[in-house]
Design a protein around this ligand. Sequence first.
Ligand SMILES: *Cc1c(COP(=O)(O)O)cnc(C)c1O
Length: 457
Amino acid sequence: MHTSDPALTDVVLEHVRRRLAADPAPLGRRGDAHELAAGLDGAIGAEPLGLDAAMRLYVQHIEPTIASSRSPRYLAYIPAAPTPAATAFDMLVSAFALHGDGWEDCSGAIAAENQALRVIADRAGLPAGAGGCFVSGGSAGNLSALVVARDSRPPVTRPRIAVTAETHSSVANTLRIIGVEPFLVPVEDHRLTGAALRAALLEDEAPETVIAVVATAGTTNAGIIDDLEGIAEVARELGIWFHIDAAYGGGALFSDRLRPAFAGIEHADAVVIDPHKWLFTPFDCGAVLYRDPAKAAAVHTQEAEYLGNPNAGEWNPSDYAYHLTRRARGLPLWFSLATYGIDAYGRAVDAGRALALATAALIEASDQLELVREPGLSVVLFRRHGWGQGEYEAWGELLFARGLAYVAPTKWEGRPVGRLVFIHPDLTLDVVREILATLEEPTPTVARRGSLAQVAE
Ligand SMILES: *Cc1c(COP(=O)(O)O)cnc(C)c1O
């Protein structure tokens, strides 16, 4: 089965070519568990199913039931919108199993990845010595960096890390994994400020056990950027680690218009940015950058007889996160940045921001709808009068079933609200109008998960 087979490659590439030519990408639909089980039944056995049959299963059952994050109509969670260059190059990275754990045998990949990381570090204003690596995403970045925060300082008993109610769930997960307790800072209007952090520490009985603060630059729920400058000042005064989670928002550093909102990010000890969110890179690509990478290497470098020669080179990405083997997942970003240039990224981010502002204006102009707050970055939160959780969910199901959009509701101050997130620069305002028009229809209801009924009331 290891014999080179150009015909097989052609079958797969031909399908990729056809799919990529479908522009815009189809949105997809949700699969039914029983149908999928029946469809895939017996696919893998001791004897071969064969190329054509396996491909048919993929085309019939698998692909259509994955909501395409490449579709401009995907507006849930944080969408992705990988560029054609990044998409094509990701295929190349996979095709040749391009790896990137150590300089010893992956030097070119690492040099290019580091060039892309440098571009991000420059936008953030981090010093020349800053560096890090690409990981699978924000969760892996937060975990890797907060371990460094804990272990690159004298130990304290029962250490705590300052967070807010808006801090991403992956940070709560990280703290549980690394055995650090959260120090929950109460904030006004969902935004951590230096003053709020200072006040919370003053009221606490053991402030010296707070070893780090996590600021968010673009909250996932609402796109709010914390007071990075003020928090940096408190962190500097106390000599604690200043971590910035910019997994979603970080791409906006490339917009000259939005960059000022990130003032203070240049003081961070570590920054986490997901290129697979607002830097138009395929999954799974997160970046973790350290002000002083030597601290990260001291914590993460693994040593063993079978790990080869650690002194063979310049830079080992495996030293800057908890991982070891990794695909060179930063190369698609590198290729795309080189292909289109940095300015194109700023323009694409601005397009998402402009769509969010225009959508907010449409919502404000509607009698049925209420804008929850000015959009933070590219997140729009809104209420439809009279709706509860069930109606927002049913509306989402209806949009998905009609192929109009993929959306997911959220909660704001305890109450369910609608949420739209704009990343894809090619989404048009006409499509947004089409989506918002469905909010004027009779209230939808859902009979049960996955099946849909619209009941006029
Ligand atoms: C998405 C997100 C994460 C988690 O990133 P993954 O890539 O999903 O692991 C962390 N923090 C913030 C602010 C995010 O938006």
